[in-house]
Design a protein around this ligand. Structure first.
Ligand code: GDG
Length: 753
């Protein structure tokens, strides 16, 4: 039976060795809750580190006991040495990737040694997973500690369904490019079938980096790299919304239950009925904007002195990564800052900031959420930020205001919060004023909308959606990977061909029937091809269409005397044999005025490139330009043109050493659709080599035979041949009348040497 393997740096359990025994605790973090539908279940397992260095396990007996207990819960521990923790976890993950991906480039100090150990530990994880993973199993890898694992798994086991989710932001290309091992990181992630991010921005940043740094092809959300496709999508992580709601309701109702924190807060409120509480909870991390929050609060008090004694900032900073130097410094800075602000504004019975440097049990967390009137969440960068969502869900009393940094992933979903720029003290101060003055009815309305959304898009929804998309994506891969034409396929085609009465051949020209030449004008058909076309068109049952991006004149000059039909300029024009050219009703060329100058400018800066002006399309060819320069400029051009798609209504074709722009409402797919609708064909064969032909393949009925010419990328075609010579042999095969079995075998041997 197929299983799911979850992989994260840390296992969602805590293990301690105390008094010569093993203490084992299940932790109830967001990830563990979200994945509870997957683990524990059937034979699913979770692979991760136990959180303590190998050397700290006291004795072999205790080690065995710990292992036994961990494994009995279907957790597979990966053992790490102290040195690996220093270099892989604290070092590369938390001192290089974490700051860089959160735009704190000044903190990211690359070191070859740390990178080396990061690779080594990723391999350790992959090896452990491979011990348990069988073909058809699903592996879901989590977060930035393990970005090389997908590729390492894929290299060893092609038939795994591999998903990967990054919980932190993916930075813009300009930042990501500063990482010396940037290509290896991208390639590592591209080993998976489905890669998930919290927001569209992170997804776009990733795709941009791929397009700039790798020789990969990007089709919508699919990255095609080294013959493998990775779908890159957005899955905003939710929380266990019901759990927060129910615990809050439970606490409200059960007045008997001893809730020390709440009691203390309520007592204080009784004595000071007008005081409002502002809450902030984060790990002590420089990305969370703790420092600017305190300074903004100080600013608020300075410019709203009548609020002194009326508001309190209740600030929880949970100790985190205490071995990392920057975190130690941050702790010192925050201690000092809180001290300074408190000493400046405190009165005898009141201090502006109540500061806790520790974590609280879950129940106390809810007490804090339910007791505080405002949540002030101000990260400088945050992948998502679950605290914001938790505060909203715990406000079951109907009131409460969320002030949220626009730099968090959560801001994209919580539009009813008061969104602020975390670096602007003025904005934070204004938001505090707005929150303090907000009528209750408005608070309720805003909260309700957010709560409805959070209940629907909860953490289970997040996990289920990801896994279901992963299954689909991975299956799709095997379904549409083209097959090399083989003997059985040939026999079936020939049978179909013979039994059919009305046949349709849809043939691309350049790259499909002829090889590429330096200039388009050199690619005139040779004797062999013309003979083949003539032979094919002689049979009355055959309707042959050349479906090309070429201009009308060339096609007409070359093929006018044959009984074939022509579709020129990607469908802008069509011509039935011995008839006149007709233009497509969607034709409109206004966009050319904007695109042509851009291409001409690029040509100036790219020696060897040139613009081909067709009647209704523009093609920028860079076949003769320096490869590196040509590729780089083509990417630049595509990027610029991409932004123009909505306004100009254009369509971009990233072909083989050519970027072609056409009218977005005209393409080969639309053109052949009309042909197919008009005829009643019982045999259809389509052949093509590039993107423009994919549009044609996309519109074919299921029984059609589609053949991709070239093996470099993925395709919607069912079959593939290596090059134009083999494509010609496919056609030859149909028209030869006296083929016997021996000949068939020879042909196939020649096709697949
Ligand atoms: C990373 C990304 C992304 C906090 N204090 C206590 C406590 N917590 C819990 C909260 C919340 C979790 O810790 C913190 O989650 P965040 O999302 O806010 O932040 P990170 O830890 O940085 O998480 C982040 C997340 O991954 C998920 O993808 O959102 O952007 O950085 O659940 O409730 N829990 C308890 N006591 C505390 O004192 N019990």
């Amino acid at each position: 039976m197929e299983k799911t393997i979850i992989v994260s740096n840390r296992l969602p359990i805590e293990i301690k060795f105390e008094n010569n025994s093993v203490q084992f605790n299940q932790s109830v973090g967001g990830l563990a809750t979200g994945l509870s539908a997957l683990h524990p279940k059937d034979n699913n397992i979770w692979v991760g580190w136990l959180g303590i260095p190998e050397e700290n396990v006291p004795t072999d007996e205790l080690k065995d006991e710990a292992l036994e207990r961990v494994i009995s819960h279907d957790y597979i521990p990966v053992s790490l040495t102290q040195q690996e923790i220093v270099d892989y976890y604290e070092g590369f993950s938390n001192r290089i990737i974490w700051p860089l991906f959160h735009y704190f480039t000044q903190y990211a100090a690359f070191s070859k040694k740390k990178w080396h150990i990061y690779q080594q530990v990723n391999k350790k994880f992959a090896d452990e997973i491979l011990e348990y993973a069988d073909d058809g199993d699903t592996v879901w890898v989590h977060d930035y500690h393990l970005m090389l694992v997908p590729k390492l798994l894929r290299e060893k086991k092609k038939k795994l369904h591999i998903g990967c989710f990054l919980h932190i932001p993916f930075p813009s290309f300009e930042v990501f490019r500063t990482l010396p091992c940037r290509e290896a990181i991208l390639e590592g992630l591209l080993g998976c079938d489905l890669l998930g991010f919290h927001t569209l921005d992170y997804q776009q940043h990733f795709l941009e980096s791929v397009s700039q740094l790798l020789d990969a092809e990007i089709k919508c959300n699919d990255v095609i790299f080294q013959g493998k496709v990775t779908r890159v999508q957005v899955y905003p992580m939710g929380i266990d919304a019901k759990k927060f709601q129910e615990e809050a309701q439970f606490q409200m109702k059960s007045s008997k239950k001893k809730l020390p924190l709440r009691e203390e807060l309520e007592n204080y409120k009784k004595e000071n009925p007008n005081v409002k509480y502002i809450l902030s909870i984060d790990r002590m991390d420089y990305t969370k904007g703790i420092e600017n929050r305190i300074r903004a609060f100080e600013y608020f008090l300075k410019y709203n002195p009548w609020m002194i004694g009326q508001v309190r900032l209740l600030m929880v900073a949970v100790p985190s990564r205490t071995n990392v130097q920057q975190y130690q410094k941050l702790k010192r800075d925050i201690d000092e800052l809180v001290g300074r602000v408190n000493s400046k504004y405190a009165t005898l019975g009141w201090s502006p900031i109540q500061y806790f440097y520790r974590s609280f049990p879950f129940e106390s967390l809810i007490e804090l959420y339910t007791s505080c009137d405002i949540a002030l969440i101000t990260p400088i960068r945050d992948g998502m930020n679950l605290v914001a969502k938790e505060y909203v869900m715990a406000r079951t009393g109907g009131t409460g205001v969320l002030i949220l940094s626009e730099m968090t992933g959560a801001a994209k979903e919580l539009a009813e919060a008061l969104l602020i720029n975390p670096t602007s003290y003025q904005q934070i101060s204004d938001a505090l004023t707005q929150a303090l003055e907000m009528p209750e009815a408005e608070q309720e309305k805003r909260l309700q909308r957010m709560q409805e959304r959070l209940l629907k898009y909860n953490v289970n929804h997040w996990a289920q959606e990801f896994i279901s998309d992963l299954q689909q994506t991975a299956n799709r891969e095997t379904r549409i990977e083209p097959l090399l034409l083989n003997e059985t396929a040939y026999d079936t085609f020939r049978k179909k061909y013979r039994q059919s009465e009305k046949r349709l051949f849809l043939l691309d020209y350049d790259g499909t029937l002829v090889g590429f030449k330096d200039t388009p004008s050199q690619a005139a058909p040779d004797e062999e091809l013309l003979g083949l076309i003539e032979e094919l068109s002689r049979d009355e049952k055959n309707n042959v269409y050349l479906v090309s991006g070429r201009d009308r004149t060339s096609l007409q000059t070359w093929f006018d005397k044959y009984r074939i039909h022509l579709i020129a300029e990607h469908g802008a024009y069509s011509k039935r044999c011995f008839d006149e050219w007709c233009s497509h009703p969607n034709l409109n060329d206004d966009w050319m005025q904007s695109v042509l100058p851009l291409m001409e400018k690029l040509t100036d800066r790219t020696p060897g490139s040139f613009v081909e002006q067709k009647k209704h399309s523009l093609a920028w060819h860079y076949r003769k330009a320096d490869t590196e320069l040509g590729n780089a400029k083509a990417k630049e051009l595509l990027k610029m043109l991409n932004n123009w798609i909505p306004t100009l209504g254009i369509s971009l074709l990233n072909g083989n050493k050519v970027v072609e722009v056409t009218n977005g409402h005209i393409n080969k797919g639309i053109a052949i659709q009309e042909v197919i609708h008009q005829g009643n064909f019982d045999f259809i064969l389509a052949m093509g080599d590039d993107h423009t032909d994919e549009m044609m393949f996309d519109k074919l009925p299921t029984q059609a035979i589609s053949v991709k010419v070239g093996m470099d990328t993925r395709t919607l075609a069912k079959y593939a041949v290596k090059d134009f010579r083999e494509a010609r042999k496919v056609l030859e095969y149909f028209i030869k009348k006296d083929l016997n079995k021996v000949n068939v075998k020879e042909k196939i041997a020649a096709l697949n040497p």
